[in-house]
Design a protein around this ligand. Structure first.
Ligand SMILES: Cc1ncc(COP(=O)(O)O)c(C=O)c1O
Length: 429
């Protein structure tokens, strides 16, 4: 199911007053969250909008978490939510897994702010190069955004070109965001690269889009923030072919999608980019980013190989992230566990979509594996679904995004499908 399903989009809205329903949902939420309401008032004095990550905000105010464990988030009003948001895919492991905690605490025994090289970063680089076929060499950053900025910068420096190809609804970080209202108020902070934007999954547009003045193309194999929209294999193959023809560096942003298979989406789709960016869950829940690729490109950072680029970043090799990432790769990300979480995600997506299909609501679910997104033709419906699930102590992102974690069980999946089936029935039944 695509993220803009025309048949479902065309379904009529339910014959209820959606604005009144929304007000009612807000009133019930307010009554159930007095402590979060007070915390929000306090926060707004010193944090614009009451937060420091805009996506976490929702109406009437977000609940404040004081603890997280396994599949659960506990808020300051004594609610225990099953967490389907999974920190927008960064929480793949579930909350606070013991082996990551132990590795980090053990690591801290040796100190943590060296300002010098150490062995953990080498160990991590080896694990990553082993795992992702496109990565011969890798460098670390503190976020996925930074990884993408560095990958783009590397590609432009190596090719001596200026144009950067991206796709509508692509999201590569807060300063690299391209939809759905590209150029709109949400994207005023985009960095001033010379971007060229093309429709996603449109094979016919590729030849005119990627020309031999284009330094790199940055693409998500499954658009995450853009609504969990998978690329077709043919589209990725066509990008690969056209980049080879024009000498353009093909970069896969695998900050989210690397969870889709042990070797990332590149393994799952069978298309190998020139460079790959990583982040989110690979740091075991710590701040993390990485960019890597073919040796001929990454050699730009190796002065012994004639490279002239330097990479700065006080915390690039910070001991906590390096240690947590090593433990994550060694103990958590086994092929069997990744297969399991992605199969459960498929089951969730199909279950949700069938529940919406069975109702007459203009709603549907899209995605691939453990990346799932709930859509509707009217944002008020999405908001009502979100609040309905919250009232059942089930949390996913306000915009409908679900990043399934390994702590989520089949029973949790059934609970969410059941809750949203009841929601659909209550509006249409
Ligand atoms: C595909 C993709 N790339 C990059 C980023 C940016 O990562 P970070 O938030 O760590 O900067 C995100 C974050 O959501 C993402 O989804």
């Amino acid at each position: 199911m695509a993220s803009n399903d025309p048949e479902r989009m065309a379904r009529p809205l339910p014959a209820i007053d959606l604005d009144a329903a929304r007000t009612g949902a807000h009133d019930r939420y307010r009554a159930a969250h007095p402590n979060s309401a007070a915390a929000d008032t306090r926060a707004r004095v010193v944090l614009p909008g009451g937060n420091t990550r805009s996506v976490l905000d929702f109406d009437p105010f977000p609940f404040r978490v004081h603890r997280a464990e396994g599949p659960y988030l506990f808020d300051i009003d004594n609610h225990r939510y099953i967490d389907f948001c999974g920190n927008y895919t960064a929480g793949l492991l579930g909350h606070s897994p013991d082996d990551i905690k132990k590795a980090v605490i053990d690591g801290l025994d040796s100190g943590w702010s060296f300002g010098a090289t150490h062995e953990r970063e080498v160990e991590l680089a080896e694990l990553i190069c082993e795992r992702f076929v496109s990565i011969d060499q890798v460098r670390f950053t503190n976020s996925g955004t930074e990884a993408n900025l560095m990958a783009i910068g590397t590609a432009l420096a190596v090719t001596g070109r200026k144009t950067v190809g991206v796709f509508e609804r692509g999201y590569h970080g807060g300063v690299l965001a391209f939809g759905p209202d590209a150029g709109g108020p949400h994207h005023q902070l985009n960095v001033p690269f010379d971007f060229r934007v093309a429709p996603f999954n449109d094979i016919d547009a590729i030849d005119g889009f990627i020309t031999d003045d284009m330094g790199c193309v940055l693409v998500e194999a499954v658009q995450g923030s853009g609504g969990c929209r998978p690329a077709s294999t043919e589209f990725l193959q066509a990008l690969r072919q056209r980049c080879d023809q024009t000498g353009t560096v093909l970069i896969f942003d695998e900050v989210m999608t690397s969870r889709l298979a042990p070797g990332g989406a590149q393994e799952r789709f069978g298309v190998t980019p020139d460079m790959t960016t990583l982040g989110k869950y690979l740091g075991g829940g710590m701040t993390f980013g990485a960019f890597g690729g073919a040796r001929r490109l990454m050699a730009a950072f190796d002065s012994d190989a004639g490279g002239t680029l330097t990479q700065a970043g006080t915390f690039n090799n910070n001991v906590v992230s390096m240690t947590a990432a090593v433990a994550t790769l060694q103990t958590q990300l086994t092929p069997a566990r990744l297969t399991d979480v992605n199969e459960r995600g498929d089951r969730l997506r199909v279950g949700l979509d069938q529940a919406f299909a069975a109702s007459s609501l203009p709603m549907w679910a899209s995605g691939m594996g453990s990346m799932v997104c709930i859509h509707s033709s009217d944002d008020r419906l999405s908001e009502l679904a979100f609040h309905h699930a919250l009232a059942d102590e089930l949390y996913f992102a306000r915009r409908g995004f679900i990043g399934l974690s390994m702590a989520i069980t089949d029973e949790h999946v059934d609970a969410l499908v059941g809750s949203l089936a009841c929601f659909a029935e209550s509006l249409t039944g």
